[in-house]
Write a protein that binds this ligand. Structure first.
Ligand code: NAD
Length: 359
């Protein structure tokens, strides 16, 4: 009973024409930011996260405390727990599901292939089954990835340019997710929006990502390893700041239409959409390190090596004209500004407050 009350209170909508959103992966990087933004504008938010130890679980616990302080309740549980999902949909009439729970990271897939299948395929299907059976059926917005473009050399990447030769198992599970969600769209009438995020960074970020581990190593005086692409020179990424991604997520929820539950037969087809959410200005990883050095006022010990064949791709670059047109998406944060915010957060979170290292 207490659990149900917490879930209902958290899912309660505080504005007219607001939405009630189940955010999976709410204790994660993107999920925590999206949850806070929704709550701030008066929408109901209930989180779901299994708090796994892919990276430091204490960071997930800290994000959870932040969410709790904004009266957002995160249920601890797994996407694959069909009974739990049914209970959640019974407790709250979710209008939307923001599905951000996944096994992320490309390199980890070399040693742990099954965790990608578990969360990104089996877990996705279990969630979609729950959405299909829910009354009302929610509209689903979920995170795919720029990794579906693989080694594509046609830049910038437009939505149709995905590769049929995935560079990692992670990429393969994200592309599979696009096919699976499309199936639920046209067979069961679920409204689906897939968002291909391009290298998201910012405060409360993921410790397994380069900008985060570089910051840690530079501060600790440890060397950092920078991959050199074989033919293309330095690696480059279309780094996209978290606040810009959050706006794209909210814009997607706001425009996602409704699930028709009819598979398009009687009440018309439900929408199926795919969008790139990127910054449209790739930056070399060596330049990323230069910026971090300036913000930290420290020199990095650079260890430059050839890129191992571990799933990384040499560059990414988003064409975002579709998201601009349909979602009003407009990334406004350059890497210099965004990394300054990240570094400030990092120094404060890890107790470097007195170091006076930031401009
Ligand atoms: P994250 O790892 O910080 O967040 C994912 C959260 O999901 C974690 O808190 C984890 O505990 C939870 N989770 C994982 N498997 C689960 C399961 N089976 N059941 C319940 N909870 C589970 O990652 P993130 O960076 O916030 O990424 C969010 C989404 O965006 C993911 O789908 C990711 O693949 C995608 N994405 C992220 C980026 C990026 O640069 N951060 C880029 C492209 C795509």
């Amino acid at each position: 009973i207490q659990w149900e009350n917490q879930v209902r209170n958290s899912g309660h909508i505080h504005r007219s024409s607001g939405m009630s959103v189940l955010v999976t992966g709410a204790a994660g990087f993107v999920g925590s930011h999206v949850s806070l933004a929704l709550k701030k504008r008066g929408d109901g938010v209930v989180g779901l996260d299994n708090f796994n130890n892919y990276y430091d679980p204490s960071l997930k616990k800290a994000r959870n405390l932040l969410l709790n302080s904004h009266r957002i309740f995160v249920v601890e549980g797994d996407l694959n727990d069909a009974k739990l999902l049914a209970k959640l949909f019974d407790a709250v009439a979710f209008t939307h599901v923001m599905h951000l729970a996944a096994q992320a990271g490309v390199r980890y897939a070399m040693e742990n292939p099954n965790s990608y299948v578990q969360s990104n395929i089996a877990g996705l299907v279990t969630l979609l089954e729950a959405c299909k059976s829910a009354n009302p059926q929610p509209a689903v917005v979920w995170a795919s990835s720029s990794s579906v473009y693989g080694l594509n050399e046609k830049i910038p990447f437009s939505e149709a340019d995905w590769t049929d030769q995935p560079a990692s198992l992670y990429a393969a599970t994200k592309k599979a997710g696009e096919e699976i969600t499309h199936t639920y769209n046209h067979i069961y009438g679920l409204s689906i929006t897939g968002l291909r995020f391009f290298t998201v960074y910012g405060p409360w970020g993921r410790p397994d990502m380069a900008y985060f581990s570089f910051t840690r190593n530079i501060l600790q005086g440890k060397p950092i390893t920078i991959f050199r692409g074989k033919n293309q020179g330095d690696l480059a990424r279309d780094f996209t700041y978290i606040d810009d991604i959050v706006k794209g997520c909210l814009g997607s929820l706001d425009t996602s239409g409704t699930s028709t539950g009819s598979g398009g037969k009687k009440r018309g087809p439900a929408p199926y959409r795919i969008f790139n959410l990127g910054n449209t200005s790739p930056v070399r990883v060596t330049e990323l390190v230069n910026i971090l050095e300036r913000h930290l006022k420290l020199k990095a010990k650079r260890n430059i090596v050839d890129m191992p064949g571990n799933g990384d791709v040499p560059f990414t670059h988003a064409n975002i004209s579709l998201a601009e047109k349909e979602l009003g998406f407009e990334p406004i944060t350059d890497l210099q500004t965004g990394l300054n915010k990240f570094v400030r957060w990092y120094l404060s979170y890890y107790g470097y407050n007195n170091r006076n290292a930031v401009e």
